[in-house]
Design a protein around this ligand. Structure first.
Ligand SMILES: [Zn+2]
Length: 291
């Protein structure tokens, strides 16, 4: 099968530094981020400015250390950065290869619960084409992992496609499926605005465990027993499955290169997304790099 690479396949960064303020969904803490342009082959790196040394954490699958409710990466010194998936998703969707993310605490701000604020800010500051070709990770074998009722797989394909199914025991969410080929910038229109979601019945339990402390109707869709609690309702009729796609795109970008392959997720999340990458990279005959 011949892999179709996107037409513009030079590496990219942003035109200028970008400042972002927000709060951490789980920590509830105020967060300041500074996104800075980076040289070719830098990749995406997080730098904890609240720590004086050993404070660089590379955004790569092998650094994933926790996957409960969000994706957390850690460096070899145990310094962490959590809830990276929505920013990583925006960077993947906009084809940003090289970026340094300076952050003053351990959690990326949740913004409005989607990746759209990051997408809008990056587009406003501008995307800079760099003078070196990007490499793509071409999947050569079917890789599949499963856990309980959930599974993910990636299949050789001639471009990046994503297919996701969810099935929640709530009449307001229930079964949804969505299939997309991410081409011609449709990430921005079809995925970026989909917000994270949670169930009203779970909020108290999460908070008593020190989670979702920054969560509100301003940064999550909250599903009640019989209604969506956000007064403006949903942004897409199938916003829930689209958000799971948004998350998966962010998690898969931890491969370190854009993937060429067909991804299928079934009731899965951050844990299996990372297990899939670990299995993919466990055998060099599973993949190849093409420039
Ligand atoms: Zn998410």
């Amino acid at each position: 099968m011949i892999a179709i690479k996107p037409k513009n396949n030079n590496q990219q960064t942003i035109e200028d530094s970008l400042f972002v303020k927000g709060i951490g969904l789980h920590s509830g803490k105020d967060v300041e981020l500074k996104l800075e342009p980076a040289e070719v082959d830098n990749g995406i790196k997080f730098i904890r400015v609240d720590s004086k040394k050993n404070n660089i954490i590379e955004a790569i699958w092998s650094n994933v250390s926790e996957t409960l409710l969000s994706t957390t990466i850690s460096n070899e010194y145990g310094l962490k950065i959590s809830t990276i998936e929505h920013l990583m998703s925006a960077l993947s969707g906009l084809h940003i290869d090289n970026l340094n993310v300076y952050i003053n605490t351990a959690e990326v701000p949740i913004m409005d619960g989607s990746s759209r604020p990051f997408v809008d800010m990056i587009e406003k500051i501008g995307i800079k084409k760099q003078n070196k070709k990007r490499k793509f990770l071409n999947v050569k074998k079917i890789i599949e992992v499963s856990h309980n009722n959930s599974s993910v797989k990636i299949i050789p394909n001639n471009q990046f496609s994503i297919d996701f199914e969810i099935d929640f025991p709530s009449q307001l969410v229930s079964r949804q499926s969505c299939q997309l080929q991410l081409i011609n910038g449709n990430y921005k229109t079809d995925i970026a605005a989909a917000r994270t979601f949670g169930f009203e019945k779970d909020v108290e339990h999460l908070r008593s465990n020190g989670l979702a402390l920054g969560g509100s109707l301003d940064n999550a869709v909250v599903v009640g027993e019989n209604e969506i609690l956000n007064k403006d309702g949903l942004r897409y009729t199938d916003e829930f499955v689209r958000h799971k796609i948004l998350d998966s795109i962010g998690d898969l970008y931890l491969a370190g290169s854009p993937i060429i392959g067909y991804f299928y997720g079934n009731k899965s999340g951050h844990y299996l997304n990372n297990q899939l990458l670990r299995k993919l990279f466990s055998d060099e005959s599973n993949y190849e790099y093409i420039a």
